[in-house]
Design a protein around this ligand. Structure first.
Ligand code: FCB
Length: 457
């Protein structure tokens, strides 16, 4: 067998998100999202960039899909913009907004590409921020479930792979902050940590109610998943004591214990609750049952990890800081820890006790300091290095029997990278924003060859 090869039915794809690529923010009835407001607020996004035009994918989707087909992917993960479908958040459904996704999906299917739709990738309607402060209110979870019913009942004939919500921590724990301005929309400053945890509690509840809504509205069998970005604890040394330390550390690191734990096990992690004390969120009767829904798969967005070693301190482990010279890609947080893919999958099986749950890497990729060369090419050998190591780590998980079913590279083309605007490029296609030309980078050709040979090349 060829080295680093993948199973024949392995899902190879790329991922994008609506606000980052679509543009056309005021077309066909779409109303503002919190990201339109946030990016229009001076000082929030680098260089004052906004998603107003982004990659103009709303109008250029046909040419973009042709490039996907050329790349050789058979699966595409994209997100649906809530403010296109229910522009005021709660209320009438905008059929013109749905029509865009019908056209998109039909075009994908003409090219033999299966759609995987994320129902929420951070662009919530501004109207709900004005009405009740978005995720600060429990009403947000119900509004979300109603929006999900509207989408799935209309698009369920064309889409059978659904992902409820993308990276809950990023629009809750990074969208609300205590006594400081948060880096993500809606950008609300709050007084206590409890208020922040309450927002993520409402979001996991939205996930649970969303799962129920999808299954009720789907006209046929479908697959339902959450997309999470827990922080992966990686044993510094793969020995039993350090592995045990990484597993112990997993539940109380960042927001892991309050998102992936209740979603997959039906309970918040006890170490986390103890650590939070009075800052733990209020949990109503029945919430945990609603949150802990049966899933067909879990999607993991993995970019980096945290090294952990065993320690004789009270908690039994130490989460290690990165030394100053540790290699990283073009983001302050993007330390290169390829083993994080393998360990993220193993944590699902062992730490969370869900060995049979199919796993998809729904995002993995990196920003690099890409330059368009005089001959019109982009030689991103650094991105290829990063991706190659992460694919090898994915393949390792499969070779050891863990149920990794697919990999979606982040991202298809350079796009609006949230608070970093257009300054950071994660694409395997270079977007020349002034002309909107798409220029496949060296990594596009490399990924295409991996897909063609079904192995890491
Ligand atoms: C993830 C987001 C995605 C993109 C990448 C770089 O956190 O889901 O939209 O910005 O990071």
């Amino acid at each position: 067998m060829a080295s680093y090869s993948f199973p024949d039915d392995f899902t190879w794809g790329v991922a994008t998100a609506s606000y980052q690529i679509e543009g056309a923010v005021a077309e066909d009835g779409r109303k503002p999202s919190v990201w339109d407001t946030f990016s229009a607020t001076p000082g929030r996004v680098l260089n004052g960039d906004t998603g107003e035009s982004a990659c103009e994918h709303y109008h250029r989707y046909k040419a973009d899909i042709a490039l996907m087909a050329q790349l050789g992917i058979k699966h595409y993960r994209f997100s649906i913009a809530w403010p296109r479908i229910v522009p005021t958040g709660i209320g009438p459904v905008n059929e013109a907004g749905l029509d865009f996704y019908k056209r998109l999906v039909d075009c994908l299917q003409e090219h033999g590409i299966t759609p995987h739709a994320t129902l929420f990738h951070w662009d919530s309607p501004q109207a709900l921020e004005d009405r009740f402060g978005s995720w600060q209110s429990r009403e947000m979870a119900h509004a979300y479930a109603d929006y999900v019913s509207a989408v799935v009942s209309r698009l369920g004939d064309r889409i059978t792979h659904w992902m409820t919500i993308n990276e809950i921590s990023c629009f809750t724990h990074m969208g609300y902050a205590v006594d400081q301005i948060p880096v993500h929309a809606p950008g609300t400053t709050v007084k206590t940590l409890k208020e922040v945890w309450q927002t993520s509690h409402h979001a996991i509840l939205a996930h649970g109610l969303g799962c129920q809504a999808i299954r009720a509205a789907s006209p046929g069998p479908c697959s339902v998943a959450l997309v999470d970005n827990f922080t992966t604890t990686v044993p510094l040394i793969e020995s039993s004591e350090h592995i045990a330390a990484a597993q112990k550390a997993f539940g109380s690191l960042m927001s892991n214990g309050g998102i992936i734990f209740p979603v997959l096990t039906g309970a918040y992690n006890p170490d986390l609750l103890e650590k939070l004390g009075a800052n733990a969120p209020d949990i109503q009767d029945g919430d945990l049952e609603n949150i802990h829904q049966p899933l067909d798969a879990i999607g993991l967005n993995i970019y980096f990890g945290s090294y952990v070693q065993a320690s004789d301190n009270q908690q039994g482990y130490e989460v290690l800081d990165f030394p100053a010279g540790y290699p990283r890609m073009h983001m302050p947080w993007l330390h290169i820890v390829p083993e994080s893919i393998y360990w993220s999958i193993r944590h699902i099986s062992e730490t969370l006790g869900r060995p049979d749950l199919p796993v998809f890497i729904t995002e993995n990729g990196c920003a690099a300091q890409d330059e368009l060369r005089p001959d019109g090419t982009v030689m991103d050998s650094d991105r290829i290095m990063y991706l190659r190591q992460h694919l090898k780590s994915s393949q390792r998980a499969i070779s050891e029997g863990y149920p990794l079913k697919g990999y979606f590279l982040w991202t298809f083309m350079d796009n609006f990278e949230w608070a970093w605007g257009y300054d950071r490029r994660f694409g395997i296609i270079y977007t020349d924003y002034p002309t909107q030309a798409r220029i496949p980078k060296a990594s596009y050709h490399w990924y295409s060859e991996c897909i063609r040979q079904n192995r890491v090349v």
